[in-house]
Design a protein around this ligand. Structure first.
Ligand code: CO
Length: 134
């Protein structure tokens, strides 16, 4: 089921500061910021060749990363995103195995224009997992 690691996501309190650190201090290539109102975040991707780093800043009221940043005010690793060939088949297989799918269980369109789902971190050793249709 599990394909390649699409990205590692970091929640950051100040996206402009994170962009400056990755671009200027680390010398990385970044995408332009993208506001995803349905997900309550603004995202930037850092291209590191073998995978990507997703920088996430809260957007709007009730952002799903607001509680995480309240607990981790300087930011931190928020989730891992793995690619799957068939997201609905993966969801059904995971649910049958007892894993909890977040939200209403239906994929939303993610930052790459592809369907995504999130899995409960307590089912996967304290790490939130995003699945993205490859
Ligand atoms: Co992500």
């Amino acid at each position: 089921m599990l394909g390649r690691l699409n990205h590692v996501a970091l929640a950051v309190p100040d996206l402009a500061a994170a962009i400056a650190a990755y671009r200027n201090t680390l010398g990385a290539e970044l995408t332009e910021p993208q506001a995803l109102s349905e997900h309550g975040v603004t995202v930037v991707f850092v291209n590191v060749g073998n995978t990507k780093i997703e920088l996430l800043e809260p957007l709007g009221e009730g952002s799903p990363i607001a509680a995480f940043l309240a607990k981790n005010p300087s930011g931190g690793m928020h989730h891992l995103c793995y690619e799957v060939d068939d997201i609905l088949a993966a969801r059904d297989q995971l649910k049958a195995a007892g894993a909890r799918v977040l939200g209403d269980g239906n994929p939303k369109i993610g930052a790459h224009g592809k369907p995504v789902l999130f899995l409960h971190p307590k089912d996967f050793f304290g790490t939130l997992i995003e699945l993205e249709q490859s």
